[in-house]
Design a binder for this molecule. Structure first.
Ligand SMILES: Cc1cc2nc3c(=O)[nH]c(=O)nc-3n(C[C@H](O)[C@H](O)[C@H](O)COP(=O)(O)OP(=O)(O)OC[C@H]3O[C@@H](n4cnc5c(N)ncnc54)[C@H](O)[C@@H]3O)c2cc1C
Length: 396
């Protein structure tokens, strides 16, 4: 179902009257990630509900319809020297596979830029949503300083379509940094861990601190050794020079300095393994560990056969792999390892023969289920898929 904005409320009310289960969707590029949705289930896409509704460059805010592709938002902002501080979209050249802004928020996942600019939920100022019964609601506002009230924005960020349909979002924008450069080190995980520790405690504020495991570095055409990629940004060249010099002094490993274009090329190569690859990976895993254990994870045998990319400051990242190896048993071991290292593992995609739970029960499971029942008492939305709940209400 791809309703026009004017048709949406009547359609949702009709689905509610008939008790039809349905899945809120953006552009539908990654609907299969995570826990399988229980069939039958209609898909309601926001692809006809796109467009910039309001852009206030002076206030650094933008209001967009949920179905707007992220690339379109960045293009509009770029004309005024601004941007939404999230990673470049993954996908094909025309941007369609990059995904919508609503899908990005509903997933609540972010890449390496989170190091300096925080998560997506921190860019959200307001949102408009439609509940399963067709009632519309608003949370937050359109200015950075907001009134008090329940922070529904954070609740919907990472809700995976299980609580309601996001229809409009207001986001905080930033001026684009005029100068960017990266410094890259390759070597033993032990040495990269030492450098990362120093960096996180230093006064430098990189845009990103990405750790790649050896297979990912090799896939990007580099030596097959763990790699630390530090992205720097500034308004003037001398500050960047100072930061580069400071990083060079801190390590005995040789430093490679990359311009912005080369860095983008490397990042594209690293992400090429996920969506743009001719054969998409059969395994896609979201990893989280305590930030001081990232390099331990990167060299662990449990990660053998996976390409891995971790944000060193947050301890969050992705790993992907192709069949025949790795096997589900190895992924279970990897999950245990992430737990021992203070984190978790979410299975975003797995081979058809594997049936690992996408996520394990979060300690807050009873609270999550109670919230679900308040927003969607008839359990119509995303049946079987409630983030943080292994076996969702509608499947038991
Ligand atoms: C670690 C990680 C980091 C990522 N970082 C980035 C990044 O920096 N930049 C980037 O472009 N992408 C990023 N992604 C991908 C991103 O999280 C989304 O998967 C993508 O934006 C989905 O776009 P879509 O419009 O095709 O959504 P769909 O595939 O249609 O839906 C995705 C999910 O969101 C729900 N959903 C979609 N739209 C709505 C809505 N309007 N209301 C309620 N629920 C909805 C769906 O039910 C589904 O669960 C990242 C992914 C991962 C794993």
């Amino acid at each position: 179902m791809r309703p026009e904005p004017s048709e949406l409320q009547e359609l949702v009310q009709d689905l509610h009257r008939r008790g039809t289960p349905w899945l809120p969707a953006g552009l539908g590029t990654r609907l299969d990630w995570g826990a399988a949705v229980q069939e039958p289930c209609e898909v309601l896409s926001c692809s006809r509900m796109g467009g910039v509704r309001e852009f206030n460059p002076g206030d650094f805010t933008i209001t967009v319809a949920a179905g707007t592709p992220l690339v379109e938002v960045q293009e509009t902002l770029g004309h005024q020297g601004q941007w939404l501080s999230v990673d470049a979209p993954w996908g094909d050249a025309d941007g369609a596979a990059a995904g919508s802004i609503g899908g990005l928020v509903a997933r609540g996942l972010a890449g390496g830029y989170r190091q300096r600019y925080l998560g997506l939920r921190d860019q959200l100022i307001g949102l408009q949503l439609m509940r399963a019964d067709g009632v519309t609601a608003r949370a937050g506002g359109k200015v950075v300083k907001n009134v008090a009230g329940y922070d529904l924005m954070r609740l919907f960020c990472g809700s995976w379509g299980s609580l309601g349909l996001i229809t409009e979002l207001t986001l905080r924008t930033l001026p684009q940094p005029p100068l960017r450069r990266s410094v890259c080190f390759q070597g033993a995980g032990r040495e990269l861990a030492q450098l990362s520790r120093w960096l996180l405690g230093s006064s430098l504020s990189p845009e990103r601190i990405d750790g790649w495991n050896a297979p990912l570095a090799a896939a990007a055409g580099l030596a097959s050794e763990p790699l630390l990629l530090i992205g720097l940004a500034s308004v003037d060249a001398s500050t960047l020079d100072e930061q580069v010099a400071c990083l060079r002094e801190r390590s005995l490993l040789p430093a490679r300095v990359l311009d912005a274009e080369t860095t983008s090329g490397w990042l594209a190569l690293a992400r090429g393994g996920t969506l743009a690859a001719a054969t998409p990976p059969s395994w896609l895993l979201r990893l989280g560990v305590s930030p001081d254990r990232v390099w331990e994870l990167m060299e662990a045998p449990e990660l053998d056969g996976f390409q891995g990319d971790m944000a060193v400051g947050s301890g969050l990242g992705l790993a992907w792999g192709w069949e025949p190896a790795p096997l589900p048993g190895q992924v279970s071991e990897l999950r245990h390892l992430c737990q021992r290292l203070g984190g978790h593992l979410t299975v975003l995609r797995q081979p058809p023969a594997s049936s690992l739970p996408a996520w394990l029960d979060a300690p807050a499971r009873p609270l999550l289920e109670a919230i679900k029942r308040r927003f969607d008492p008839t359990l119509q939305l995303a049946p079987g898929r409630l983030p943080g709940v292994t076996q969702s209400l509608s499947t038991v």
